[in-house]
Design a protein. Structure first.
Length: 132
């Protein structure tokens, strides 16, 4: 009988790591095909713009208000983030986000495949001036 690797996690008050873009990451769970984290950005903060080398991401906003800029060589757009909004960041998309409300912007992020490490994110020119 094969061992089962069930994981259970809760969002902790302190972050585990700072993402390459400057946002606060709280690690949750991971399986072979993907990882799940909680991401927070403090009110008024703007991340550094990045592009991923090998992963796709899907985000689901759970608290706060903000905006996500996504761009490619051909086009770009800004999505408003608030609780209940889901967005995708396909491989190769440049992106940057900011917290525009009075509370932290909080999103749950699934990374596919699991996050491989800090060299995954490549700095790019962004839409806003970063503050973190």
């Amino acid at each position: 009988m094969q061992a089962v690797d069930w994981q259970t996690a809760a969002v902790q008050p302190n972050y585990d790591v700072l993402a390459p873009d400057g946002s606060e990451i709280r690690l949750l769970v991971q399986v072979g095909g993907g990882s799940l984290v909680h991401c927070a950005l403090q009110p008024g903060a703007v991340t550094r713009a990045v592009q991923h080398r090998t992963v796709d991401e899907v985000w689901f906003c759970v608290a706060g208000q903000g905006q996500l800029w996504r761009g490619t060589r051909e086009t770009d757009s800004i999505a408003d983030l608030h609780p209940g909004v889901a967005v995708s960041i396909p491989l190769g998309t440049q992106f940057q986000f900011r917290a525009t409300g009075s509370q932290p912007l909080e999103v749950v992020i699934t990374t596919i495949p699991p996050w491989p490490g800090d060299d995954e994110a490549v700095p790019v020119a962004g839409h806003w001036v970063p503050s973190v």
